[in-house]
Design a protein around this ligand. Structure first.
Ligand SMILES: C=C(O[C@H]1C=CC=C(C(=O)O)[C@@H]1O)C(=O)O
Length: 411
């Protein structure tokens, strides 16, 4: 595997307690922001002390984990805070498809953290970076939109083809996604999108890493010591037009056999992947509802106790890709995605998050996101397809999911 590495021989890391910095996102000095925020808590980072670009491959998580263990193992770390996310941290995003050359880990030079009433600042290398806002963010203006790989009717035909394969017994479920393009007149500043997403979707994980910006509701895995947590999502309906419509939609989603089937594939796979790694594992019998401003999901909160010293990235490797983004059986679904979507997903639907030098971290599934490059944003949305799926309804569901990033870009 050809790795592109930039890192000093030895990281020198110093973390200090600081007074509450308030809104972490407001402290980001550059548009090239690294972020992981939920309910105002989390970490943000900037600058690059070390970076690993991976060409893909099924072993990309293991290779990344090994590189990071060596880097952090050799580092000089002064960290009196000792909280998850204090000391050196790598932010990362991995390609959805092992064939995708898009995986990256970035260890920032500065990390600002806030959690459970504590706040800290970590500096890696010299500390000449000013904390003041260098370039105040400006919102994108005059956006123009265009289709991605497939037009809406072509994507509906792809969904119909997937339903046909499922009905012929080739597979049980596949998740099909599409992309949309937005063009702005000036370079798009990730910080504006992050601020808007964090304000509108506080219960989601608002993230930014190497241009991939979004607010995902789906926690692939959190490791804190030996404690694991995951929030499995699959099965969706759009929000209603008012409280009565919302109530009716909630009841319909909970009662929908098609959505429950979609959900069961995902929850069962997460259970089966975590069971061999855990001494205790709790998976609810029935999904609950997660209500967001644009959609509602069937949700299962899974918790477990790790029975070995695996890092969070080891656990990510065991889980990805779940049927929330790929399908069942995994290999058949991945082949069908390659055949029908007509695009490379890049890091959309891949794991995104952070890991610290203790092996703790939080990784979400990169959903409700866009890849930002200069004046261009590429948005993604996908839907789980089972035997009873209706292409027009799936298209409408994808539009509801796109709304999160459309709002982030347009306000
Ligand atoms: C693939 C996406 O959502 C997944 C997560 C929650 C619900 C889903 C669904 O109901 O289809 C998808 O499995 C996406 O937002 O792009």
């Amino acid at each position: 595997m050809n790795l592109a590495v930039s890192a000093p021989d030895r990281l020198v890391v110093r973390t200090v307690h600081i007074p509450d910095p308030g809104d972490l996102l407001a402290r980001l000095p550059h548009p090239t922001a690294l972020a992981w925020i939920r309910h105002g808590e989390g970490i943000v980072g900037w600058g690059e002390a070390a970076r690993l670009d991976l060409p893909g491959g099924p072993d990309r998580f293991t290779v990344a984990d090994r590189w990071l263990r060596e880097l952090f193992g050799a580092a000089s770390i002064d960290d009196p805070v000792q909280a998850p996310g204090s000391g050196p941290v790598a932010f990362g995003g991995f390609g959805f498809d092992p064939k995708s050359p898009d995986s990256v880990l970035i260890v920032p030079r500065r990390i600002l953290g806030r959690r459970d009433g504590h706040a800290w600042l970590t500096t890696i290398g010299d500390d000449t970076d000013p904390l003041a806002l260098l370039h105040p963010p400006t919102p994108p203006t005059r956006l123009t939109w265009s289709d991605g790989a497939l037009t809406a009717p072509a994507w509906e035909r792809a969904v119909a083809a997937a339903v046909d394969r499922i009905r012929h017994g080739h597979l049980g479920k596949v998740v099909l996604a599409r992309d949309l393009h937005a063009h702005a007149t000036r370079p798009i500043d990730a910080r504006v999108l992050l601020q808007r997403l964090a304000a509108r979707f506080p219960a989601c994980y608002t993230f930014s890493c190497a241009g991939l910006v979004g607010a995902t509701p789906e926690l692939l895995i959190r490791r804190t010591g030996d404690e694991l947590a995951s929030l499995v999502l699959a099965g969706t309906t759009a929000r209603g037009t008012g409280p009565a419509d919302d109530t009716a939609r909630r009841a319909a989603l909970l009662a929908s056999t098609k959505d429950r089937e979609e959900h069961a594939y995902a929850a069962e796979m997460v259970r089966d992947a975590l069971a061999p790694l855990c001494s205790e594992l709790t998976v609810p019998d029935q999904p609950e509802l997660l209500t967001l401003p644009n959609v509602m999901h069937l949700a299962s909160a899974v918790s477990g106790r790790l029975d070995s010293r695996r890092s969070v990235l080891d656990v990510v490797a065991a889980l990805h890709p779940t049927p929330a983004v790929c399908g069942t059986p995994t290999t058949t679904a991945l082949q069908l995605i390659r055949e029908l979507e007509g695009m490379d997903r890049g890091r959309y639907a891949g794991p995104v998050g952070w890991i610290d030098s203790r092996g703790d971290g939080e990784w979400g599934i990169a959903l409700r996101c866009a890849q930002i490059e200069g004046t261009h944003a590429r948005l993604f949305a996908g839907c789980g397809i089972v035997a009873d799926s209706d292409p027009a309804a799936e298209l409408a569901e994808a539009q509801s999911k796109f709304r999160a990033m459309q709002y982030a870009l347009e306000g």
